[in-house]
Design a protein around this ligand. Structure first.
Ligand code: FMN
Length: 559
């Protein structure tokens, strides 16, 4: 299989479009298990010597099939003839192809015979027969354009390639918002798009781009308003004066453009961005209809972020995560810290499920609950649920304390039933371990071992299960609370992990202590109330947990 890439961007390798082309070719290669059977050649139109056609028709009459101009074009035609697949990679220029590529296309005249013939596919009102057998060749058009959508902008291009290759005889990947492919700050979203392009390349070789992938390719990188606000801000020009604007103001405006009004929490928020190294402060109002940047600091801020501008840039470029920078005291946050905890909901969600399709659909509002599988297809993400782990233990402690035999039977039943009831949730190792331990303790009870022994031991086992995880990679609570903080992504957040490590440790120790007093309680007249009594302290601990997981990160952030 010989693939020829014709890169028609004047930027050559620095072309936005070329990024898509490279991804597509990578997908094609992946489909070809043995690379030996896959050959790729590239032509850079910006480097090639291609003079404009002189219109002399000597390639038709004087020297049939040969142009009178001696430059790189003869070799380009030969390469086209030798290839099986031709990828036309180019930016949209004035709703058509760039001039250099148009020259190349014009200079293909030696490839056709001068005679007139009617086309069989009904395109246009005249045609020339091909000088060569081009019937087996496949063409792919990959292009980016600068407007928010590719829709409606490619009419001239399509018309030209309909004539060149035949109607519907070629495959297209057209992507709007092309300049975003060179913006590191939004690389998460553009890389996601490139993954779909790669997937398309693989599918193309295996028979054709599949519908779900095509839908992803046709999805806007960002909703129209977000993109246009970002694009306008990116030029770095003051709207009123037309003069060059301050970099930190441009940055603030671009960030404001990323605000997703679907995340509006019911009251206006004012984020005050204080860039300590450049001595500038700007405010972003996050309202229900969108965001607005204030340069006069006239608003009362709800959250104030004090950081050097350089740190913000590093975070935006993905060189360091916001949470990591905060842990390293690279910036401080004052006021309402809740905004920081849900930053991705307000600004950072760059995945396509949150960036809106052509219709800028409502489904982008939640920003959670989906993920991408290995094929790049979006699937619902299963969430963990702490109830799966807690309910069997609670049932065991309450019922066994009242009646050991019946309580144990109920506990075994619950351990079997709970995973069935919560079948939609993602199971953790601790859910499974719980099932095994509760069933084990219940069987031991049924076999006649005293609950005076099994009850304290069960609390000890439960406490140990929590405490031990504090010394491992992921503390137990993190497995469950990550659902509210972006799922697996939360596990990379050092602040989230530290908060959870402390909480897991406190809960673990509480239950280790509980096992001790349970041992003594089981010997008293209150034995049958042990389960109920032991639920009181955890209830307070639960209230403490809710408070602590907000207070502790905020305390760290205040520096
Ligand atoms: C001279 C010129 C003309 C352009 N014309 C259009 C256009 O008609 N429609 C459009 O959406 N974008 C237009 N653009 C924007 C480019 O298509 C866009 O920036 C593209 O991503 C550049 O791709 P490249 O980096 O692969 O060259 C134009 C850009 C230039 C420089």
């Amino acid at each position: 299989m010989k693939v020829l890439v014709i890169n028609g961007s004047p930027k050559g390798k620095n072309s936005n479009t070329y990024k898509l082309t490279k991804a597509f070719v990578a997908g094609m290669k992946q489909a070809y298990k043995s690379e030996a059977s896959f050959e790729m050649e590239e032509i850079y139109v910006n480097q090639a010597k291609i003079s404009p056609c002189l219109g002399c028709f000597s390639c038709w009459n004087k020297t049939p099939g040969k142009c009178c101009i001696s430059d790189d074009m003869q070799q380009i035609i030969e390469r086209q003839l030798q290839s099986d697949i031709i990828i036309w990679s180019f930016p949209l220029y004035y709703f058509s192809v760039p001039g250099g590529l148009k020259n190349l296309i014009d200079r293909q005249l030696p490839m056709v015979l001068p005679f007139m013939e009617e086309r069989e596919d009904g395109v246009g009102s005249g045609s020339h027969p091909s000088r060569y057998d081009m019937s087996g060749k496949r063409h792919i058009l990959i292009s980016t354009c600068g407007f928010y959508t590719a829709k409606g902008n490619y009419d001239s291009v399509l018309s030209m390639f309909d004539h060149m290759c035949g109607k519907e005889k070629y495959t297209t990947i057209f992507c709007g918002q092309g300049e975003l492919f060179r913006v590191p700050e939004v690389s998460k979203r553009t890389n996601e798009y490139l993954e779909y392009v790669k997937c398309a390349g693989e599918e193309y070789i295996n028979g054709g781009i599949l519908e779900p992938t095509r839908a992803k390719l046709d999805t806007l990188l960002y909703p129209k308003e977000t993109f246009e606000a970002m694009a306008d801000a990116s030029w770095g020009i003051e709207e009123k004066t037309g003069e060059r604007a301050d970099d930190s103001l441009i940055f603030t405006k671009q960030m404001a453009a990323l605000y997703r009004k679907e995340a509006y929490p019911g009251k206006d928020l004012v984020v005050e961005m204080c860039y300590t190294d450049v001595g500038k402060t700007y405010q972003i109002l996050l309202g229900k209809d969108g965001s607005k940047v204030f340069t006069d600091n006239s608003k009362t801020s709800t959250t104030r972020i004090e950081t050097p501008f350089t740190v913000w840039k590093s975070i935006a470029m993905g060189e360091i995560s916001g949470a990591e920078a905060l842990m390293k005291s690279m910036y401080k946050v004052k006021g309402d810290f809740n905004l920081m905890l849900h930053w991705d909901d307000y600004f950072g969600s760059t995945g396509s499920e949150t960036s809106g399709a052509e219709t800028s659909g409502k489904e982008q509002a939640s920003g959670k609950g989906t993920g991408t599988n290995a094929k790049g297809i979006h699937m619902p993400v299963k969430e963990t649920n702490m109830n799966i782990m807690l309910i069997p233990w609670i049932i065991f402690w309450v019922t066994v304390a009242i009646q050991a035999y019946v309580g144990s039977l109920i506990s075994i039943g619950v351990s079997i039933l709970i995973p069935l009831i919560f079948y939609k949730n993602k199971k953790t190792f601790y859910d499974t371990l719980t099932g095994v331990l509760v069933t084990g303790f219940s069987i031991v009870n049924i076999l006649g071992v005293s609950t005076g022994i099994t009850m304290p031991l069960s609390y000890l086992a439960f406490g140990a299960m929590w405490t031990v995880t504090c010394f491992g990679k992921i503390p137990l609570t993190a497995h469950y609370s990550m659902n509210q903080y972006g799922n697996e992504k939360a596990l990379e957040n050092p602040m989230f992990m530290k908060t959870n490590r402390i909480l897991t440790f406190m809960w673990g120790i509480l239950y280790v202590l509980t096992s001790i007093w349970t041992y003594f309680l089981m010997g008293t007249g209150f034995a049958s109330f042990t389960g109920a009594i032991n639920s009181v302290v955890p209830a307070f601990m639960g209230i403490f947990t809710v408070w602590f997981q907000k207070w502790y990160p905020a305390k760290l952030a205040r520096g």
